[in-house]
Structures are given as structure tokens and as C-alpha cells.
Design a protein around this ligand. Sequence first.
Ligand SMILES: *Cc1c(COP(=O)(O)O)cnc(C)c1O
Length: 222
Amino acid sequence: MGPLEERLGEVQARIADAARAADRDPAGITTIVVTKFHPPQLVRELATLGVLDIGENRHQEAQDKAAALSDLPLRWHFIGQLQSNKAKAVRRYAYAIHSIDRPSLVTALGTGDPLDVFVQVDLSGEPGRGGVDPEALDALVDDVLAAPDLALRGLMTVAPIGADPARAFARLRELGERVRLVAPEATALSMGMSGDFVEAIREGATHLRIGTAITGNRPQQR
Ligand SMILES: *Cc1c(COP(=O)(O)O)cnc(C)c1O
């Protein structure tokens, strides 16, 4: 067994343990493996280990990898900040976009094949990290619901640095409950990374975005 398979197995075991401890069915949790900065070959190895949900945060890199790996039945999850002028291009390869954070991005995505989306909520209070302010969430949700070809799956967040991640995840769960009053099918919560996925599972995460705990350290950013 190579190191990648070993780390994947360890993380999958921890996910299953955390789910059982929270009285949840592990089958209700999707693990997206975040492969940013890693070469396509790593994604290919992950696919041979059964991983088909792949997360990327930069359009150019994601597009290149999707093209290089088009022979595989991968589901590309776009999880990074997205410029409006790249929205249409991301739509062509993305299975889901987790980072809808402003009305102009909804407009820019326009129409096309149905696309799963998550609204990203900023719980850090610091501008520039991506995500909509909780105050503006309801209006943005209305915009997404009015877009004919976008299917709102739920909410996404990144836990603020230096704060208790469990509090942020609990907050996202509460905001999700509120969104469900107007969008009953928006049940998903995309939260939990390498350092905090156990807390996220405890608070109801349905989509984990895990990078380094599975891939090992990322190569230097170019
Ligand atoms: C990189 C990234 C992750 C994964 O981070 P790790 O700490 O490597 O698990 C998750 N979500 C987003 C939005 C990211 O950019």
C-alpha cells in the first residue's frame, strides 16, 4: 500500500468514526479530495483508489486538469473564489460550484446545463476571504433560486483562522436551517477541511473538502 492509499484509508476511518459518534450514517457524507497544486497524475491515482469527487480552487488549473483527465468519470467541485469573467468557463467542466458569494456571479453563470451550487458564507468578518456576509445571505439565496439552471444544494464555509471551528460550523448549520424554510431541498453543508473535519461532521457536514490530510503536503505554489 502506497502512502496516498494509506492516508486516504486513515482519513476515511476517522470520518466513519466521527459519523458513528455523531449518530450519523457515513454514507451521507461526501468526501471531496482537494488536489490544488498537485499534478494530474495524483488525481489519476486517487481515481484508481475510488475517489471521484475532486476539489480545485483556481480556474486555470482546474480546467487544465479536467482536460487532461477527461477519460475519467470525475466530478469537479470548484471551491475557490471565482471571478465573474471566468464563470461560464468553470461551468463547462464543474459538477458543482461551492463558492457562490454575490449576485453578479449568479448572473454571470447564466443559463446552461443544470449545475449544483452552494452559497459560501463568510463567518470570519474579514473582507476578502470569499463568502457572503450572513446579513446578505437571504437575498443571495433568492437570486440563486430565481436562476433557472442553478440547483441550490446548500451552504459552504471555511472556518475562520484562530477561532473555534465548531462555533462556525454550528452557525452555518443554523443558517442552513433558515435557508431550508425557503428552499427545502437545500440540505447540504460543505464544511470541514484537514484540520477540522471531525468538528464539521459533528455539526452536520454533508460535504468535506479535504486536501493535505489525504494528498500530503502541497507542492510549492507557482
Ligand atoms: C485548500 C482548500 C481546502 C483543503 O484544505 P486542507 O487544509 O488541505 O484540507 C478546503 N477548502 C478550500 C476552500 C480550500 O481552498
